[in-house]
Design a protein around this ligand. Structure first.
Ligand code: PLP
Length: 375
């Protein structure tokens, strides 16, 4: 093992766990305070202490809420989980099923639904949790070039009539590139080729659309996409995920999705917080608007750099690992907390600094980020 660790170190790929304290837009590390550009707290909820206080005051401490004590199919399916799923169903107008995390959802949904005679066609840049789920599927998998729908159509055309079902898999806002899938085009294609569409909204939930319910909701496509996955650990400032789907799919997943069945249910306190915070999120229009404004401000300033995408996630592509590490160090020395993103989180040779903006950042703080790159 030591020689393998040494090899990682020599390639600039060795990672470690840092002990940090997060506080709103700031992060504290080894006694120094940094502006945090690496958090997924896109709406800045962690800094809104009134929400936390209001939530804690609402809890009934005469009930045990700190652990679920069992899986959902045994005794862990608390009434609050049912209430939470009903609330979500009311928002989306479809069935919803909660999972313990986005990783659980992605690792457990496709393996439950895909059969041997099926085909999965996934965008080249989908998240590792989706890839892990696909690896557990008994069927064939093909990848299409990132957001390249001509390439996708070529694969769909070639595959027509050869498989029982074809699943197209994408993210809506891509986590490492900050760009956005064209869901309208994807729906058109999946309808033309009678495929099914699976969309991971991890980085869009809370952010996209007037009520923050994601790109599919914003584009009025909820009823035309078979599986929409929203995660709660990012803009939701919680932990967990849910899938928006039809009734039969929900029942099937309850019966066959191993990451739902063979794990202890999320603690009621976590479900109650998720429920509480989504009620706030749908109202946080002002925060979403501000996030859009500072995104435009920083993207405009960075126009001369190798940046990608169009969202609040702004990657500066440096290519080589050492360039990425030295840019991260420079920014850190100016009080900006960024981490170099390297292989295997992104393809080799495409190392990057991933700037992730939150609605709690002011214009001045956004400008500080730009200045730290110039310095
Ligand atoms: C696109 C995407 N899907 C799923 C996940 C996993 O979600 P969770 O952190 O809730 O396990 C992530 C997290 O990094 C992600 O970026």
């Amino acid at each position: 093992m030591f020689d393998r660790l040494k090899e990682l170190e020599e390639k600039g790929l060795l990672r470690d766990l840092k002990l940090l304290r997060q506080d709103g837009v700031y992060i504290e590390y080894k006694g120094k305070t940094y502006l945090n550009l690496s958090s997924n707290d896109y709406l800045g909820i962690s800094g809104i202490r009134e929400f936390q206080r209001e939530f804690l005051d609402s809890l009934d401490v005469n009930q045990f809420i700190m652990g679920a004590l069992s899986s959902r199919l045994l005794t862990g399916n608390s009434i609050c989980t049912g209430n939470f799923e009903n609330y979500l169903s009311g928002l989306y107008g479809r069935e919803c099923l909660a999972y313990n995390s986005g990783y659980h959802a992605n690792a457990g949904i496709l393996p439950a639904i895909a059969e041997k005679s099926d085909l999965i066609v996934a965008d080249k840049f989908v998240h590792a949790s989706i890839i892990d789920g696909i690896k557990l599927c008994p069927c064939e998998m093909k990848r299409y070039k990132h957001n390249d729908y001509n390439d996708l159509e070529r694969i769909l055309e070639q595959s027509a009539g050869k498989y029982k079902s074809v699943y197209i898999v994408t993210e809506s806002i891509f986590s490492m590139d900050g760009d956005t899938a064209d869901l309208e085009r994807l729906v058109e294609l999946k309808e033309k080729y009678r495929a099914k569409l699976y969309v991971d909204e991890a980085h869009a939930f809370g952010v996209a659309g007037e009520s923050g319910l994601g790109c599919a909701y914003h584009k009025q496509l909820v009823n035309r996409i078979e599986y929409i996955i929203c995660t709660l650990g990012k803009a939701g400032a919680s932990e967990g995920a849910f899938v928006v789907c039809d009734f039969a799919t929900k029942q099937w997943l309850i019966n066959r999705s191993r990451t739902l069945i063979f794990t202890t249910a999320a603690p009621p306190v976590n479900i109650l917080w998720s429920h509480f915070i989504i009620k706030k999120i749908v109202e946080m229009k002002k925060e979403r608007e501000h996030l859009q404004l500072i995104t435009k401000r920083l993207r405009d300033k960075l126009a001369g750099y190798n940046i990608t995408g169009d969202s609040h996630i702004i990657p500066i592509i440096t290519g080589e690992n050492d360039k990425c590490i030295s840019l991260a160090r420079k920014m850190q020395s100016k009080g900006i907390w960024v981490m170099p993103v390297r292989y295997p989180s992104v393809p080799a040779g495409q190392a990057r600094i991933r700037l992730s903006l939150t609605a709690a950042m002011s214009n001045e703080q956004t400008d500080m980020v730009y200045e730290s790159i110039l310095a």
